[in-house]
Design a protein around this ligand. Structure first.
Ligand SMILES: *[C@@H]1O[C@H](CO)[C@@H](O)[C@H](O)[C@H]1NC(C)=O
Ligand SMILES: *[C@@H]1O[C@H](CO)[C@@H](O)[C@H](O)[C@H]1NC(C)=O
Length: 248
């Protein structure tokens, strides 16, 4: 190991490492750039002196896809501006590399902070003994902590046959079989962000009486009875008609 390190050190001294450096506004910590939705970010890539003047053309990539820049913005110094950062830019990696030597490169990753998009009230009507799902968009960076409340209190999930799920994008509270005395009330999905504080969505759940559905079975039976009667009537009339004819 020691021998290897010494050899590497020697190599460093003999051939200085070729490099590109990325400067950013706001500045990055290491290769992670913290920003927020709707902010503007500027990235500037520069070649260092060790790079051959004839090989100074730079290229930018966003998550591996080439970013096209003006020719005059490619030599020895190349700037890229991301106007109005979006949620979708979270986790995106920008890479700058020397066109003639891809191994001379530098990267920066976006860490885009955004609050959960929750701040409203929904009225929900569910039929007696039917199921209902209350759902909340909990996407946020940094991630949020979630709690379901009912009529102001933390919901007791051990009673009422509630089912909850949360995949970090959508959080759901299911009531498989609504019963008015048990389930009617005001539910809140409340999320707490370490950066943006508390946000919530309110659901006013009302359990309504079952609506009588149009009875399909008896209807078909009724239609069949009517058809049979018509056919029978025709047959008996036909007999009469035939008898009439014979008599003549
Ligand atoms: C960037 O440079 C590193 C180290 O030289 C290399 O391992 C990597 O493959 C390079 N990336 C690309 C996209 O060529
Ligand atoms: C939520 O909505 C209210 C008005 O309905 C508004 O005053 C408040 O600023 C909103 N909060 C967030 C976090 O969007």
């Amino acid at each position: 190991m020691k021998v290897l390190v010494i050899i590497q050190l020697l190599l460093c001294c003999v051939t200085p490492i070729k490099a590109v450096t990325i400067e950013s506004c706001p500045s990055a910590i290491g290769s992670l750039l913290k920003t927020e939705v709707e902010e503007t970010v500027t990235l500037t890539c520069k070649t260092d002196e060790s790079i051959d003047p004839s090989n100074q053309e730079l290229q930018w990539y966003r998550n591996g896809a080439r970013v096209n820049l003006a020719v005059e913005n490619r030599l020895s110094r190349s700037s890229l501006c991301v106007q109005s950062v979006t949620k979708e830019d979270n986790g995106v990696v920008f890479t700058c590399q020397l066109k003639g030597d891809a191994s001379v490169n530098g990267s920066i990753e976006f860490d885009v902070h955004y609050p959960p998009d929750l701040n409203d009230t929904k009225e929900v009507f569910v039929e007696d003994k039917s199921g209902v799902v209350l759902s909340c968009d909990v996407r946020a960076n940094p991630p949020v902590a979630l709690v379901w409340k009912r009529d102001g209190e933390v919901l007791d999930l051990t009673t009422g046959s509630y089912i909850t799920t949360n995949n970090g994008i959508t959080a759901e509270l299911s009531i498989p079989k609504a019963v008015r005395d048990v389930h009617q009330g005001t539910y809140i999905c409340e999320v707490t962000s370490p950066v943006y504080g508390i946000a919530s969505r309110t659901f006013i759940v009302t359990v309504v009486d079952r609506v009588l559905k149009f009875p399909v079975g008896p209807t078909i039976a009724g239609v069949v009875v009517v058809l049979c009667t018509i056919v029978l009537a025709l047959i008996s009339r036909r007999d009469n008609i035939i008898k009439c004819c014979k008599r003549n």
